[in-house]
Design a protein around this ligand. Structure first.
Ligand code: E4P
Length: 217
């Protein structure tokens, strides 16, 4: 499963690049607002840090402007993925950009039939929002499983990008459900390393090691 980082904070991305585990980045208008950065500048820096897909979201509500924004964002760097909302206009633009060879990440997906429409519109990625569904009394992971089944039934190549992940358990369950990728806030990514038995075990090994008086080098 590919791991993307869900942030517009370039400094956070820089810290995570040395892990060698980050395949891409997703941003959205709220994350850009929180970062206080200009979208173009932030995306340029991210694209230079990570060669994988960097999602940059277009925001207009009419077809012509949304398409122009998408084309503008796509020109920033070859690894930009244009993020578009799951609306009739968003999917029309998705089709146009996809036909032009620009990868599109369709965002704000909350149902399996929405995901079906995105795939039929040529989306490279579909972003079902697990956490926000859970927050609203639904089962986010059920959506991932449903989309997996539908895409496999019809051979759609659109990649399922589990979004709005809040916990390491979300990541485990998304992987079990066959999501192609997951996008994680830095804190959730860092939590993937953690297990209390790893910490306790390491502590015991180190205490015993010291008693040997040895050094490896
Ligand atoms: C997806 O691409 C979104 O940026 C993100 O995962 C939304 O997460 P949130 O529900 O925590 O805002």
């Amino acid at each position: 499963m590919k791991i993307f980082i869900d942030t517009a904070e370039v400094e956070q991305i820089k810290l995570l690049v040395p892990t060698g585990l980050i395949d891409g980045v997703t941003t959205n208008p709220s994350l850009i607002a929180k970062s206080g950065r200009k979208i173009g500048e932030a995306i340029v820096e991210m694209c230079a840090l990570i060669p994988g897909p960097i999602s940059a979201e277009a925001v207009a509500s009419d077809y012509d402007t949304l398409l122009a924004e998408g084309r503008f964002l796509a020109k920033i760097a070859p690894n930009v993925v244009v993020k578009l909302p799951l609306t009739p206009v968003g999917l029309r633009v998705c089709k146009t950009l996809s036909d032009e060879g620009t990868p599109v990440n369709v965002t704000l997906c909350f149902s399996a039939v929405q995901a079906l429409l995105a795939a039929k519109s040529g989306a490279t990625y579909i972003s079902p929002f697990i956490g926000r569904l859970d927050d609203n009394g639904s089962d986010g992971m059920e959506l991932i499983r449903d989309i997996r089944l539908i895409y496999d039934n019809y051979g759609f190549e659109t990649q399922i990008l589990a979004a709005s992940a809040r916990t390491a358990l979300h990541v485990r369950d998304a992987a079990l459900a066959g999501a192609d990728c997951a996008t994680l806030p830095p804190a959730v990514f860092n939590a993937l390393y953690k297990h209390v038995l790893t910490d306790l075990g390491l502590d015991a090994f180190m205490k015993d090691w010291i008693t040997t008086g040895q050094s490896i080098l």
